[in-house]
Ligand binder design. Structure first.
Ligand code: GAP
Length: 429
C-alpha cells in the first residue's frame, strides 16, 4: 500500500488535500494522471452500462435534495453508526471496533456510553442558519434516481425492465475513514437503479451480479483478486431482500468494491407515501398498476480506481534494475502514447517528434517528453502506465520511421511515420 501511495504522489495521481496546510486527513485530490484515470474509469462504466445497452438511460441529479427525501429513504432514522467519545483525548470511535467499551484504545481515558451518530453531512440552505433551513449533502446518488422515476416515465415512456445510471459525488461523515481512498467522507459513486416486474427481480439480480463481476475482469482485474460475497440475512440493509458484495483483495485485505442489491419495492413505495405522488408503473398489456422492484448495482469510483491501481502495479527485474510498471488496461491508461526524441539537442529530431506528437494528440492522449535520457523517460512512462513510447532518432530523419516500444513486453517495432496512427489505433481500439 505504501508503494502505491508513494507512486500516486510522486507521479501526480493522488495528493493529500490541502497539503500545504498540513493536509485535511482522509481527503484526497486527484492530480493530472489521477483525473485522466478517473475519467477513463467512469467512461468505461458509462459505456458498458449506458451506451452498450438498450434498456438504460443516464442522468445527473443534484447533490442537494429536499430534506423529506432522507426521511422517506430511511436515512434520517437508520443511517447511523454507534460511537463512543473519549473524555480525555476527545477522539471518537465506532463502538463495534472497540475491544473494551469503557476504555479509550489510544490514551486509556474513559469513554462515553455508545450513542448513535448520523452519517449524513448537514448544512443550511440560504442565509439563515436555523432548523427549518437544514439540508443534507446526499450520502448516495440512488435517491436522485428514485425521485425522478415519474419524470422518466412521463418524458421517455420506457417499458420494464429499464434502468437509470448515474455517477456523482456522495458524502458520509464516516467515523473511521482510512486506507487511502478506500473509505473517505467525500467520494464518488457509480450507481444503477434497474426497475423490473417483481417476479423478474431475482433473475435480474443474479444477472447484474454476474455482469458487474465480469466488468472488472474485462478491464483487467486478476480473477484471483476478485470474489463475490452474498450477504447473510442478518447483515442486509433495511431495504434489501438480497445483496451480494463484489470484493477485491486490497493490500489491506478483502474488502467491498461494489454491492448489488435487490431493493424490492421499498424505495418507490416510501417516496409515494411521503410525497403523496403516484409512483406505480402501468403495464399496458395487462392493465395492471404496480410498484416495480429495483435491482441496484452500486459501486465506488475511488475504490474501483484504487483496486485497478493496486492490481496493475508491478515491479520487474530488468538486468540489475527494478522496473516499476503500471500494467493497466488500455482503456484506463491515463496516457496512451509518449513521443520521445532520442537527442534533444538536434533541432530536426525535436521538430519531427513535436510534429508526430501534434498529429497523434488529435486522436489519442499523447504527451511529449524530452527532459531526460531515454532510459529515464521510459521508466517514467512505465510508472504511469503509458501504453506506447514512440522514439524519434537520427535514423528517423532519413528513413521516416520511428521506434514504437510496447509498455508490457518492452518489445520494439520500427514503423513508418505515415503508418503510425493506424498502427497505434489498431492496438487501442
Ligand atoms: N445506494 C446504495 C449504497 O450507497 P453502499 O454499500 O453504502 O450502498 C455503495 O455504497 C458503494 O459506494 C460501496 O460499495 C463503495 O464502493 C462506495 N462507498 C461507500 N461508502 C464509501 C466511502 N466512505 N468511501 C469511498 N467509497 C464508498
Amino acid at each position: 500500500m505504501e508503494k502505491i501511495v508513494s507512486l500516486c504522489k510522486r507521479r501526480g495521481f493522488i495528493f493529500q488535500s490541502s497539503d500545504i496546510y498540513g493536509g485535511l486527513s482522509n481527503t484526497w485530490d486527484y492530480g493530472p494522471y489521477g483525473v485522466e484515470l478517473k475519467n477513463n474509469l467512469k467512461r468505461a462504466w458509462w459505456k458498458a452500462n449506458v451506451y452498450e445497452r438498450y434498456d438504460i438511460m443516464g442522468m445527473d441529479a443534484a447533490i442537494l435534495m429536499h430534506p423529506k427525501v432522507w426521511e422517506a429513504s430511511g436515512h434520517v432514522q437508520n443511517f447511523f453508526d454507534l460511537k463512543s467519545d473519549c473524555l480525555s483525548c476527545r477522539k471518537r470511535f465506532k463502538s463495534e471496533d472497540l475491544k473494551d467499551k469503557n476504555k479509550c484504545p489510544e490514551c486509556a481515558g474513559k469513554l462515553t456510553e455508545s450513542r448513535p451518530f448520523n452519517l449524513m453531512f448537514k448544512t443550511y440552505q440560504g442565509p439563515v442558519e436555523e432548523s427549518g433551513n437544514e439540508i443534507y449533502m446526499r450520502p448516495e446518488t440512488a435517491q436522485g434516481m428514485f425521485v425522478n422515476f415519474a419524470n422518466i416515465l412521463d418524458s421517455r415512456h420506457p417499458k420494464l425492465p429499464f434502468g437509470l445510471a448515474q455517477i456523482g459525488k456522495s458524502f458520509r461523515n464516516e467515523i473511521t475513514p482510512g486506507n487511502f481512498t478506500f473509505r473517505t467522507r467525500e467520494f464518488e459513486q457509480m450507481e444503477i437503479e434497474y426497475f423490473v416486474k417483481p417476479l423478474d427481480a431475482e433473475k435480474a439480480y443474479n444477472e447484474w451480479v454476474d455482469a458487474r463481476y465480469q466488468w472488472y475482469l474485462n478491464l483487467g482485474i486478476n480473477k484471483n483478486n476478485l470474489r463475490l460475497r452474498p450477504h447473510a440475512k442478518d447483515e442486509l440493509a433495511h431495504y434489501a431482500a438480497s445483496c451480494t458484495d463484489i470484493e477485491y483483495n486490497f493490500p489491506f485485505g478483502w474488502s467491498e468494491l461494489e454491492g448489488v442489491a435487490n431493493r424490492t419495492d421499498f424505495d418507490l413505495k416510501q417516496h409515494a407515501e411521503h410525497s403523496g405522488k403516484e409512483l406505480t408503473f402501468f403495464e399496458d398489456s395487462t392493465k395492471e398498476k404496480f410498484y416495480p422492484y429495483i435491482i441496484e448495482p452500486s459501486g465506488g469510483v475511488d475504490r474501483a480506481l484504487l483496486a485497478f491501481l493496486a492490481d496493475a502495479y508491478n515491479e520487474e527485474k530488468v538486468k540489475e534494475d527494478t522496473r516499476v510498471v503500471l500494467k493497466i488496461h488500455k482503456d484506463l491508461a491515463p496516457t496512451k502514447v509518449a513521443v520521445l526524441p532520442l537527442l534533444r539537442n538536434r533541432p530536426e529530431i525535436v521538430e519531427l517528434a513535436k510534429k508526430i506528437c501534434r498529429d497523434l494528440k488529435k486522436i489519442m492522449v499523447t504527451v511529449y517528453d524530452d527532459t531526460g535520457a531515454i532510459g529515464k523517460l521510459y521508466r517514467r512512462q512505465d510508472e504511469v502506465g503509458t501504453l506506447f513510447c514512440v522514439t524519434v532518432d537520427v535514423q528517423s530523419l532519413e528513413d521516416k520511421q520511428v521506434t514504437v516500444r510496447n509498455r508490457d513486453t518492452m518489445l520494439q517495432d520500427r514503423i513508418p511515420v505515415e503508418n503510425l496512427i493506424k498502427y497505434l489505433s489498431d492496438k487501442l481500439i
